[in-house]
Design a protein around this ligand. Structure first.
Ligand code: PLP
Length: 365
C-alpha cells in the first residue's frame, strides 16, 4: 500500500507567490461586445471556408509552423528567420520576457498601457518601472527617455497604446532605440491596421527592435490565438529556445494564409471601423463626454465618479464596455471598442440614455 503523503503543499517561486490573480471580465458576454477591442463582426469568409474543410485526419498531426511563418514573413517584408508565430501576442510577450528579463533588470513601461506586460513581468525577477503619462495621456516621451538606465532590459510600447489610443511617432521610437542600445525595444502593433503606421520595415536594421502583431483585432481571429514577433535573427534565435514548438495549433495555422490573402475584407472592416469612430466621436462631443483622441478601434472616455453605474447602464442597454478606472491615471475612465456604424447606433442610444440618467456631460443640471 502507498504511504500517506504528509508534506505540506509545494510552494511556488516567491515571485509567483506575490503575483496578483488576473481575471479578465469574461462571462455573460451575450451582448454587443465593445469591451475587449475585438473585431465585432466576423473574420474573412475565406477563413471560414478553410475552417470548414479541415479534416479529422489532419488534426492527428502536430502543427508545423515554419511553412506558414515563411508566408507571413513574405507578407510583412521580413525574412522567415526574423519572424516567429505565437499563441497570440500574449504568448509573445510572455516568451520575450522569459527570454530576456532576470534579477536586477528593469522593464520600462509607459503607463497606462496593456495589462499583460505587467502580469508577465511580475512572474520574472526583473523590476517593472512605470512611466506615467500626463492627463492628456499622450506618449510620455521625455519621461521615458529620462527613465532609461544601464539596467533597462526591455522597453515595451504598445503603438497605438491601449487604453489611451495614443501613439509614439516613428522618430520617437527610433530615438528610444538609439538611447537604449543595451535594451530590447518591443513595439506592440496590435492595433496597427487602424493606425496605418509601422516600424516593421526597420526590423533587422535597428538591432534592438522587436515588433509584435496580432490577428485578434482587425482580422477577427481572437479565438484562434495568433500573434507574432519579428526582430533580428539572433534575438529571434534566443526567443525560439523558449517558445513552445507547438503553441500555435494547426487550425490557426491553416487559417492564417486565407486571412492574409483576403485584403479586401480586412480593408473593408478597417474602413468601416474608422468611419464609425469618426461618427462616434461626434456623438460623444454632442453628449458633452470628454474623450481622448484615438488611433485605434476604441475610444477612452471620461465618465467620472459614476463609471461603474455607467458600465452597468450600458450593459442593460445591450452594450458591453470596459471600466479602466483601476489603470494608473485612469480613474473614472471607460474604454469603448468601435464596431460597425450600424452597431454604434445602439451604442450611441445607450450612451445618450446613460448620460441623461446619470446627469453627465450635457445632461448635467
Ligand atoms: C496592446 C495589446 N497587445 C496585445 C494584446 C493581446 O493580443 P492577443 O490576443 O494576440 O494575445 C492586446 C489585447 O487587447 C493589446 O491591447
Amino acid at each position: 500500500m502507498a504511504e500517506a503523503v504528509t508534506a505540506s503543499n509545494p510552494t511556488p517561486r516567491a515571485r509567483v507567490h506575490a503575483m496578483k490573480e488576473y481575471h479578465p471580465p469574461l462571462g455573460c458576454r451575450d451582448a454587443l461586445r465593445l469591451d475587449f477591442n475585438e473585431n465585432t463582426l466576423a473574420c474573412s469568409p475565406k477563413v471560414r471556408e478553410v475552417l470548414g474543410s479541415i479534416s479529422a485526419g489532419s488534426l492527428t498531426r502536430y502543427p508545423e509552423r515554419e511553412p506558414v511563418e515563411a508566408i507571413v514573413a513574405a507578407h510583412l517584408g521580413v525574412q522567415a528567420e526574423q519572424l516567429a508565430l505565437t499563441n497570440g501576442v500574449d504568448e509573445a510577450i510572455h516568451v520575450l520576457f522569459e527570454t530576456f528579463l532576470e534579477a536586477g533588470d528593469e522593464l520600462l513601461l509607459p503607463v497606462p498601457t496593456y495589462t499583460m506586460y505587467e502580469v508577465y513581468s511580475s512572474a520574472t525577477d526583473a523590476r517593472a518601472v512605470a512611466v506615467q503619462a500626463a492627463d492628456d495621456l499622450q506618449f510620455p516621451n521625455e519621461r521615458l527617455l529620462a527613465a532609461i538606465t544601464p539596467r533597462t532590459k526591455i522597453i515595451a510600447i504598445a503603438n497605438p497604446n491601449s487604453p489611451s489610443g495614443s501613439v509614439a511617432t516613428r522618430a520617437q521610437l527610433l530615438e528610444i532605440a538609439k538611447r537604449a542600445p543595451h535594451a530590447v525595444l518591443l513595439v506592440d502593433e496590435a492595433y496597427f491596421h487602424f493606425y496605418g503606421e509601422t516600424v516593421m520595415d526597420l526590423v533587422g536594421t535597428v538591432q534592438n527592435l522587436i515588433v509584435a502583431r496580432t490577428f485578434s483585432k482587425a482580422y477577427g481571429l481572437a479565438g484562434l490565438r495568433l500573434g507574432l514577433l519579428a526582430g533580428p535573427v539572433e534575438m529571434m534565435r534566443w526567443i525560439r529556445r523558449v517558445l513552445s514548438p507547438y503553441s500555435v495549433n494547426s487550425l490557426a495555422l491553416a487559417c492564417l494564409p486565407p486571412a492574409l490573402e483576403d485584403t479586401a475584407y480586412l480593408d473593408w472592416y478597417v474602413g468601416e471601423v474608422l468611419a464609425a469612430r469618426t461618427a462616434f466621436e461626434s456623438a460623444l462631443d454632442a453628449a458633452g463626454v470628454r474623450r481622448w483622441p484615438s488611433h485605434a478601434n476604441f475610444i477612452l472616455v471620461d465618465i467620472g465618479a459614476q463609471h461603474a453605474e455607467f458600465v452597468k447602464l450600458m450593459r442593460e442597454a445591450g452594450v458591453l464596455v470596459r471600466d479602466r478606472s483601476s489603470d494608473p491615471g485612469c480613474d473614472g475612465r471607460v474604454r469603448i471598442t468601435i464596431g460597425t456604424r450600424e452597431q454604434m447606433k445602439l451604442t450611441v442610444a445607450g450612451l445618450n440614455a446613460a448620460v441623461a440618467t446619470l446627469k453627465l456631460g450635457r445632461g448635467k443640471q
